[in-house]
Design a protein around this ligand. Structure first.
Ligand SMILES: Nc1nc2c(ncn2[C@@H]2O[C@H](COP(=O)(O)OP(=O)(O)OP(=O)(O)O)[C@@H](O)[C@H]2O)c(=O)[nH]1
Ligand SMILES: [Mg+2]
Length: 304
């Protein structure tokens, strides 16, 4: 490659929920642009992260996990993921290697929605087998790697640990060599296309997801109602929507303890992110059955 051949393009990060797509995006960038939790269905938007280097600019598109669940919100999440893939120059599939080594039966079900689309793919495909830090004996991976190369002979497979930023160089080299020759599309210091206000809502949602149990996080959403930057201070009012009356008390917690700890954790992170003092107020509102309300889902930006 000559020095003038700068490459630039989009990479869609596809995969089942909880595979570590958002963790991997943050690891590629060396900074957090996407929220991460141990709960499935954390990511609800296409989140772009931009990696600018002297000879390339890679625009990663983190996507909601590909699942087989019903309901209007789930349908929009899937549309968002597939739409990201349709606009990509390179397709990446992220999988949880530890899960399929421990539970090989889960593989077929998780892969099923992606299987044919990836096989018929004419664009370069990188299959990132993530979470290899979770087992010491790397030979355990062999049946999974064999299964993947039989399933998708058109793909190249990369074992990595997003958590430890291990194995990422080989993936980056693969992507870079397959991107189109093009000048950069974004300024070199731009990390994401998402505005700070969106990031703030996401940070509050991350702390909520970490705080709440079972399927409750899935039924919460966050809207930034007020965002006022006074120069050295940012005043933020955020509304936490819940889908049922009973959820409100659970989000608030005994004596307001849960809401308080969510607010404290979110405020700290927003202060680090912005380098400014943040005044954060959280309000909980009931919006009965919002996950099935298309108008409301669109208001939250959950549409492709
Ligand atoms: N041990 C280990 N854990 C990881 C690794 N990558 C991600 N995780 C964990 O896996 C869980 C899911 O990570 P996410 O990055 O939120 O996964 P995701 O694919 O974006 O999930 P959705 O947004 O729900 O589709 C979190 O608890 C992460 O900390 C890894 O390389 N090693
Ligand atoms: Mg995610």
């Amino acid at each position: 490659m000559s020095e003038t051949e700068h490459r630039c393009g989009w990479v869609a990060m596809m995969g089942p929920p909880n595979a570590g797509k958002s963790t991997l995006l943050n690891a590629f960038l060396g900074q957090k642009v996407a929220i991460v939790t141990p709960k499935p269905q954390t990511t609800r938007h296409q989140i772009s992260g931009i990696l600018s280097r002297p000879d390339s600019q890679i625009i990663f598109m983190d996507t909601p996990g590909i699942h087989q669940l019903r309901g209007k919100m789930n349908k929009l999440l899937l549309q968002t993921a597939w739409q990201a893939m349709s606009g990509a120059d390179v397709v990446m599939v992220v999988l949880d290697s530890d899960l399929y080594i421990r539970k090989p039966d889960f593989f077929d079900n998780d892969i099923e929605p992606l299987s044919e689309a990836i096989l018929n793919e004419t664009r370069p495909v990188a299959v990132v087998v993530n979470k290899v830090d979770l087992f010491r004996d790397k030979a355990k991976m062999l049946p999974l790697l064999e299964r993947l190369s039989k399933l998708w002979p058109n793909a190249e497979v990369f074992p990595v640990s997003a958590k430890n930023a291990d194995g990422l160089t080989a993936v980056l080299q693969f992507i870079q060599s397959r991107l189109p020759v093009s000048p950069p599309l974004y300024p070199a210091d731009q990390l994401s296309t998402m505005p700070l206000r969106f990031m703030a809502a996401e940070v509050v949602r991350e702390k909520l997801f970490l705080d709440l149990r079972q399927e409750l996080p899935y039924y919460t959403a966050v809207e930034i109602e007020k965002w006022e930057d006074t120069g050295d201070r940012i005043i933020v009012n955020a509304i936490i929507y819940v889908a049922r009356k009973t959820h409100k008390a659970m989000v608030i917690g005994k004596g307001g303890q849960n809401l308080k700890s969510v607010g404290t954790a979110a405020r700290k992170e927003l202060q680090e992110m912005t380098g400014k003092k943040v005044h954060l107020e959280l309000w909980v509102k009931i919006r009965e059955g919002w996950t099935e309300d298309i108008g409301f889902l669109r208001m939250l930006g959950l549409s492709s």
